[in-house]
Design a protein around this ligand. Structure first.
Ligand SMILES: [Mn+2]
Length: 436
């Protein structure tokens, strides 16, 4: 039985109803072998359409948003699937992009699902939070999820992918997970490949795709905000009100929803960034470990936060000092383009890592139209203040001369993989494109 929000098993001794009937039911909720069951005392058939009930399910969001209203049905369906997994004792896997926005998304759902299971008296339920190493739901992730499922010895898990999952890069992983009969929910704000105005190529592959791009919104509503709303549907009153604000600041999101979240907890950009930097640094230290119970310390323990935060700001300051004199201005008109070779300044094993270093340097300037480029062996990292040189265009142009390069990211932030032996020629061409 479903009310459009959740699904429940109902037990009745005598009934004359068929699936699809709309009924009004009263009864006692019981816990039966770890599952929730309603033992019906009265059942009455109603002569209304089911849609009339679900349409009247007016939902109050944590902050007002027209985009959320348009996504309401998708949110409810995702909640329905989570409730279903809980009551049927099905494993829930939370997969996420391993940055502040993704981590906070997954932590919020982990907390809400745990609280809801506790409320329902489900002791045997399991929900695991697992990071995605790549910035997408990789084949490796999908293979591990199949293995996880086998070890747990249960039906295929419900997989919820957060801050990843919307792009064609995710397709292979998603298809593998689906071939294992997993149900899939995507909560993401990255721009999907659209089939028409309301459908993405991913919509056809998964059970629910929650993404503002599907309802006329943009990436400005980040995953941490979407997950916050979903968490509050799963377990109303879950709290965690700082988290959508931190996620939004970390992802440089802007808009009325962001303002409402930050105002609610009186968080300014500077404070939000301090939290975000700590979360990213902890993720860096933990590497492939998902840090169960660790990230929470950032906002719950002042002692923990001040030690990490002090250390991180020193690392960031040192990196900026080390780099600032090595930035080369290659274009200086209405558009400012700066380039830096980071080969001996950073690397995958030093914090801040190359991508974040370029972001930090980019943020130290305030020219309205600016592009910052960082180069490490094998990778070029690009940040733009607005799509003055849309990344997809830059990549397409480079590919004309260097077909082996590979690029990815958003319009204003991304990276290009290149063969090291062609570095000089590629950088020369890149300069040419950026200076046109
Ligand atoms: Mn994000």
């Amino acid at each position: 039985m479903t009310d459009g929000k959740t699904t429940h098993v109902v037990v009745a001794k005598r009934e004359s109803f068929v699936p699809g009937d709309v009924i009004h039911i009263t009864g006692k909720i019981k816990n039966r072998k770890g599952n929730i069951e309603i033992v019906a005392t009265t059942i009455e058939k109603l002569n209304i359409k089911f849609e009339e009930i679900t349409m009247n399910n007016e939902h109050t969001w944590q902050v007002p948003s027209e985009i959320y209203n348009r996504l309401q049905e998708r949110f409810f369906k995702a909640n329905d699937m989570i409730a279903d997994a809980l009551t049927n004792n099905r494993l829930i896997v939370l997969r996420y992009h391993n940055d502040t926005d993704g981590i906070l998304s997954a932590v919020q759902l982990e907390k809400a699902i745990g609280a809801q299971a506790h409320k329902l008296g489900l002791r045997r339920h399991s929900c695991v939070r697992q990071l995605c190493k790549a910035p997408f739901y990789d084949l490796t992730d999908a293979l591990k999820d199949i293995g996880l499922n086998e070890r747990m010895g249960r039906g295929a898990p419900l997989i919820i992918i957060m801050d990843n999952g919307s792009t064609p890069q995710d397709l292979m992983g998603i298809r593998i997970a689906k071939s294992n009969h997993s149900k899939l929910v995507i909560v993401d704000h990255h721009k999907p490949e659209m089939v028409n105005e309301q459908r993405s190529t991913i919509c056809d592959e998964v059970d629910v795709h929650i993404n503002p791009h599907l309802v006329g919104g943009s990436s400005q509503i980040c995953t941490g905000m979407l997950a916050h709303e979903l968490a509050n549907i799963i377990h109303p009153g879950i709290g965690l009100q700082e988290l959508p604000a931190i996620a939004a600041i970390a992802d440089k999101s802007e808009g009325p929803e962001v303002d409402a979240y930050t105002a609610k907890v009186q968080m300014d950009r500077e404070q939000g960034m301090r939290y975000a930097n700590c979360i990213d640094y902890i993720a860096f230290q933990l590497r492939t470990d998902s840090g169960k119970g660790v990230f929470e310390k950032v906002w719950s323990s002042d002692a923990f936060f001040s030690i990490i935060s002090g250390h991180v700001s020193e690392l960031i300051k040192n990196r900026k000092d080390e780099c600032k004199d090595h930035l080369r201005v290659i274009r200086d008109d209405d558009i400012k383009v700066r380039m830096i070779d980071l080969e001996d300044k950073t690397g995958p094993d030093r914090f801040p890592q190359p991508g974040r270093t370029v972001g930090l340097l980019h943020d130290t300037f305030s020219d309205e139209k600016r592009v910052t480029v960082g180069v490490v062996p094998g990778t070029i990292i690009i940040r733009e203040s607005m799509p003055v040189k849309p990344l997809s265009m830059v990549i397409a142009r480079l590919k004309e001369s260097f077909p082996t390069i590979e690029g990815g990211g958003h319009e204003v932030a991304g990276s290009i993989k290149y063969p090291v032996k062609e570095k000089d020629a590629i950088l020369k061409k890149l300069e040419e494109i950026l200076c046109e």
